[in-house]
Design a protein. Structure first.
Ligand code: 3MF
Ligand code: MG
Length: 351
């Protein structure tokens, strides 16, 4: 029996507190500044921040063009001091490769060599920022690496382009780890790296497999028609689950980022179960949440989704730990899976 592990560390990104903009309507709440958001973390029970490069250095391309590397580093130093003062850690930093006019046709897989070059340079700057803020985890959500129609790109060449970029980043910094965050669609119709299996395939094909792993988001797995806890189990077996974005998703539609467990509690239970039973967190992995508050929520209570997602994780952790393993094994030995099924429901309902 492994010793029960109690101290999970939780993280979220500044974008998880937002103004309610959606494709059909504008902001409905006034923004909280980054300075205000940093104040919220501890009170909400979080100690880790997930960053994009431009959460740290706003207008990163302009700042770089005007002030060069020194300007990026001085802004990063200021944010580092700020988060240190709040007792917070930068869990990950991700280059935001999907907003620039130079990444309209993709980043690493754009058809234009000049655009691919921009994506790589921007990623290297992100590595510098990560180092300066004391973080060794670079997240790659490959947002625009895919197509709207198949015929615009060669999918085989695209895999090579992505791998080239990963190898160039591994070479650029011999200590940085790369966490690929797969997602099957949105913004693209079809993405080249839709599941954790694809991501881990790239990891093993890379020049430093021990430094390439994955970040699994519940909603992304569900959008691929897969069971998030099994996706996690796959990565855990390979020792490549280095972060998670827990949330929930109501069927196959736009990426909803609903509060963890809010659609399917049992599916959430199984995610907590696979993490807890496979030692997730023991090597410093964070329990990351990537959750969006409802558009209807008034501003002064627009962080409740973070509080409740964390609480749901902890409540389900209690359910995982109080689950009677002996009873479970008896049902399994008798091949009475109907019995086990009902036992789980009773347990989740507290009966
Ligand atoms: C998109 C996502 C992203 C990534 C984030 C980190 C905006 O569906 O999940 O959230 O998690 O960009 O790289
Ligand atoms: Mg995410």
């Amino acid at each position: 029996m492994t010793k029960p592990f109690t101290e999970y560390c939780f993280s979220f990104g500044p974008w998880n507190i937002h103004e309610g903009t959606d494709p059909f309507g504008p902001a409905v709440r006034e923004s909280f500044s980054f300075d205000e958001k940093v104040e919220f973390y501890r009170d909400l029970g979080f100690v880790g921040i997930q960053f994009h490069d431009d959460d740290i250095v706003p207008d990163i391309d302009e700042t770089f063009n005007k002030g060069g590397h020194a300007q990026l580093m001085s802004r990063t130093k200021a944010v580092k001091t700020q988060i240190d003062n709040h007792g917070l850690t930068a869990e990950v930093v991700a280059p935001r490769l999907w907003e620039s006019p130079l990444t309209i046709d993709g980043a690493y897989t754009a058809n234009s060599a000049k655009e691919r070059q921009y994506a790589l340079e921007r990623s290297k700057r992100c590595v510098d920022i990560a180092n300066e803020i004391g973080c060794k985890n670079l997240v790659l959500w490959l947002a625009r690496e895919g197509t709207y129609i198949r015929e615009t790109k060669s999918s085989a060449n695209a895999v090579g382009y992505i791998l080239d970029a990963i190898n160039a980043l591994l070479d650029y910094d011999s200590e940085m780890r790369i966490l690929i965050e797969p997602k099957p669609n949105e913004p693209m119709d079809m993405a080249y790296i839709p599941t954790i299996g694809h991501a881990i395939g790239l990891a093993y094909a890379s020049d430093a497999p021990e430094r390439v792993g994955g970040l699994i988001e519940s909603a992304h797995a569900i959008l691929a028609g897969l069971e998030p806890s099994d996706e996690m189990g796959y990565a855990l077996y390979h020792k490549k689950l280095w972060s998670v974005h827990l949330n929930d998703q109501n069927g196959l539609k736009f990426d909803q980022d609903k509060a963890f467990g809010s659609v399917n509690l049992r599916r959430a239970f199984n995610q907590v179960r696979v993490l807890e039973e496979n030692g997730y967190g023991r090597n410093g992995e964070f329990v990351g949440l990537d959750v969006k508050v409802m558009r209807t929520q008034p501003r002064h209570i627009s962080t409740k989704h973070l509080l409740s997602s964390r609480r749901t994780f902890l409540n389900l952790l209690e359910k995982v730990r109080t689950f009677d393993k002996k009873v479970e094994q008896e049902f399994i030995a008798a091949r009475d899976y109907e019995g086990l099924d009902f036992y789980i429901l009773q347990h989740l309902l507290g009966l």
